[in-house]
Write a protein that binds this ligand. Sequence first.
Ligand code: SF4
Length: 77
Amino acid sequence: MLKEELLSKGYKAYENDEIYVFWNPDLCVHAAECIRGNSEVFDVSRRPWVDVSKAPASEIAAIIDKCPSGALKYELK
Ligand code: SF4
């Protein structure tokens, strides 16, 4: 399963009923595409900084598709 694979590679996981979001701080290049996409889902001043309850899973997935580094990944449930 993608989740186990990514967790073993250092990704952190955030989830709700519709989507898993994974983030790897070692890969993040801080291009901020994610924050430009939706600053309520992705808010670096908050812990945890990813809140998947703030937008529909389809919107979150579309934003993650723009992450240039592969630091953000997702799996729809
Ligand atoms: S878009 Fe990807 S690389 Fe850029 S800040 Fe967000 S997670 Fe990091």
